[in-house]
Ligand binder design. Structure first.
Ligand code: AMP
Ligand code: ZN
Length: 491
C-alpha cells in the first residue's frame, strides 16, 4: 500500500521495519483547555489510519503523549489561581473523555511528559556529551542546530534562508537564533525538576523525541501530526534523534491538512474555534466522522454546520439501508434460488470491498472508501425497490454486514443506530392509536413524541430516537433535523 511521506514529498510503498508490525506515534495535545475540532481532525485521521493498518493485518503499536507541562498550562493555572498540575490533570481527563465520545481508540501507550523527566534528561546529557547541545549560565540547555548537517531536510528549509525570513526568539545566550531549548531553567512559581544543569523543565520538542525512543525505539515506522507541526516541532524532534542515537526518528512522516473555517485555519489564538465537546453535544460522533472523512486527510477541510447537516443525511442513508436490508431479509422466504437481481447485488458487494481497499491502499483515501460504501448503498436500495417479493435473505444480510463492516473500519459504528428498539415502538403506536380514538390532534401527539425523541437523542439512545421518528411518520408527519433543532412538517 502507498503512503505519502512528507519528508520525501511523494507516495511510497509502506515497508514496515519489522515484518507485519507498525510502530507509530502521533503528537498529543497540550492539556490546558478543551481541544478544538481542528485538533480532533488530526487525531481522527490517525485513528482511521491506525484502524485501517489493523484491518490489513498489521500488529500496530500506537503511542501518543500528553504535553502536561508547558507555558500555556502555566499561564492558565496562574489565571485561575491553581497549580499547573491541577490544570493539566483536569484537561487530560477531559481530553480522554472527548476522545472516547468521538470513538477514537485509546493509544497502547500514553506517556505524560511530567512522568518522563528521566528519559529526557538522559537524552539531553547524551547530546551535551556529543557536542550537539550546550548549557548556558542561566540554566537553559540549547540544541545547536548547526551541529546537525541534516537540519532543515524534513521541512525543506535552508538555515541561511530561514534567517532572513522567519521570526525567532532572540536570546543573547544562544549561539544561533535557531537553536532551541532542550531544558528551560526554573522560574519562580513554575513546576520544575532537579537536573545536572539546575532546576528546570523540559522543552516541548525534547518530550516527544525522548518518549518515542523510550517506548517504541527509534526509528519508528510512522510519525504523525498536523501540518503545522512540521516546522519547527518535527524538524527539531528529528534533529535531536539523529544526533543522539545516529538514526532517523521515523521512516515515514505523515501530516494532516488544517481544518479551517471560512478558509482560515481554526485555532485558539485566532478565536475562530469550536471545541470538540460543543460539536459532539449537538451532533452524533458518527456524523462528525462522516463529515471529516469526506475530505482526504492531507487536504484542508472546510468546517461548517451546514456540512454537518449534510453528513447527518449521509448517516441516515447508511442506517436506513442497513435496517431495510435486515427487515427485508427477515421477511423473505428462503428458497436459496438466486435471481439476476440477487447476483447483481452480490457483485455490488464485491465491488464495494474492492473499491474500498483500493482507495484506502492509496494513501488512506477515505473519501474514495466512503464512495465505495455508498455505491453499495445505492445498489442495495435499488435491489430493495425492484426485488420486493423475491428478496434473497443471504445476499440481503451479506450487504448489510458489508456496509457495517466497512463503516467500522473507518470507525463509523452503526451498531447502536441500527439496533431495533421494541419498547418505544409500542409507546409510539399507542400514542398514534389514542390520537385517532380520542380525536386528538395528530400534530399535538407528534409534538409530544418529538420531545421524547429529543430526550432520547440527548441520552444518545439513537435506536429509541429513530423508533419515535418512525412513530411520528405513522401520524402522517415528517421530522426534519435542522441546525436550530427538530421541526415537524406534513408529509
Ligand atoms: P496542539 O495541542 O496545539 O499541539 O495541537 C494538537 C494537534 O492538533 C497537533 O497535531 C496539531 O498539528 C493539530 N492541529 C492544530 N490545529 C489544527 C487544525 N486547525 N486542523 C488540523 N489539525 C490541527
Ligand atoms: Zn511531538
Amino acid at each position: 500500500m502507498l503512503v505519502y511521506n512528507s519528508q520525501t514529498h511523494r507516495k511510497q510503498e509502506l515497508e514496515p521495519i519489522e515484518s507485519g508490525k507498525i510502530r507509530m506515534y502521533v503528537c498529543g495535545p497540550t492539556v490546558y483547555d478543551q481541544i478544538h475540532i481542528g485538533n480532533a481532525r488530526t487525531f481522527l485521521s490517525f485513528d482511521v489510519i491506525r484502524r485501517y493498518l489493523m484491518f490489513k493485518g498489521y500488529e500496530v503499536t500506537f503511542a501518543q503523549n500528553l504535553t502536561d507541562v508547558d507555558d500555556k498550562i502555566i499561564n492558565r493555572a496562574n489565571e485561575q489561581g491553581r497549580s499547573a498540575a491541577e490544570v493539566a490533570e483536569e484537561y487530560s481527563d477531559k481530553f480522554i473523555e472527548q476522545m472516547h465520545r468521538f470513538g477514537i481508540l485509546d493509544p497502547d501507550i500514553r506517556p505524560r511528559a511530567t512522568r518522563e523527566i528521566e528519559a529526557m534528561q538522559e537524552m539531553i546529557s547524551l547530546l551535551v556529551e556529543q557536542g550537539n547541545a550546550y548549557p548556558v549560565p542561566s540554566g537553559d540547555v540549547y540544541f545547536s542546530v548547526r551541529s546537525d548537517k541534516a537540519y532543515g531536510v524534513l521541512s525543506g528549509r535552508d538555515l541561511d534562508q530561514l534567517r532572513a525570513g522567519e521570526r525567532v526568539e532572540v536570546n543573547d545566550e544562544k549561539r544561533d537564533p535557531f537553536d532551541f531549548a532542550l531544558w528551560k531553567a526554573a522560574k519562580p512559581g513554575e513546576p520544575s525538576w532537579p537536573s545536572p544543569w539546575g532546576d528546570g523543565r523540559p522543552g516541548w520538542h525534547t518530550e516527544c523525541c525522548a518518549m518515542i525512543h523510550r517506548y517504541l525505539g527509534t526509528p519508528i515506522d510512522i510519525h504523525g501530526g498536523g501540518a503545522d507541526l512540521v516546522f519547527p516541532h518535527h524538524e527539531n524532534e528529528t534533529a535531536q534523534a539523529m544526533c543522539a542515537w545516529h538514526a532517523p526518528l521515523a521512516n515515514v512522516w505523515m501530516h494532516t491538512g488544517m481544518l479551517q473555517i471560512n478558509e482560515e485555519k481554526m485555532s485558539k489564538s485566532l478565536g475562530n474555534f469550536y471545541t470538540l465537546k460543543e460539536v459532539l453535544d449537538r451532533y452524533p460522533a458518527n456524523v462528525v466522522r462522516i463529515l471529516m472523512l469526506q475530505t482526504h486527510y492531507r487536504a484542508p477541510l472546510d468546517f461548517s454546520f451546514d456540512r454537518l447537516d449534510g453528513a447527518s443525511s449521509s448517516l441516515e442513508r447508511l442506517v436506513g439501508c442497513v435496517k431495510n436490508l435486515r427487515w427485508a431479509a427477515d421477511a423473505a422466504p428462503q428458497d436459496g434460488h438466486l435471481t439476476d437481481a440477487d447476483r447483481a447485488l452480490s457483485n455490488a458487494i464485491n465491488e464495494a470491498e474492492r473499491g474500498f481497499t483500493a482507495a484506502m491502499d492509496d494513501d488512506f483515501n477515505t473519501a474514495g472508501g466512503m464512495a465505495a460504501i455508498f455505491g453499495l448503498v445505492s445498489a442495495a436500495n435499488k435491489y430493495l425497490a425492484e426485488a420486493a417479493g423475491t428478496i434473497e435473505t443471504s445476499v440481503s444480510l451479506r450487504s448489510a454486514d458489508c456496509i457495517m463492516e466497512l463503516c467500522g473500519v473507518l470507525g463509523i459504528d452503526l451498531s447502536k443506530d441500527t439496533k431495533q428498539s421494541e419498547l418505544p415502538m409500542e409507546l409510539v403506536s399507542l400514542a398514534a392509536e389514542r390520537a385517532q380514538y380520542e380525536g386528538d390532534d395528530p400534530e399535538e401527539a407528534a409534538q409530544a413524541l418529538l420531545a421524547a425523541r429529543q430526550e432520547a437523542r440527548s441520552n444518545r439512545d439513537w435506536g429509541t430516537a429513530d423508533a419515535i421518528r418512525d412513530g411520528i411518520a405513522a401520524l402522517g408527519l415528517l421530522v426534519e433535523d435542522t441546525a436550530a433543532g427538530a421541526r415537524l412538517r406534513r408529509k
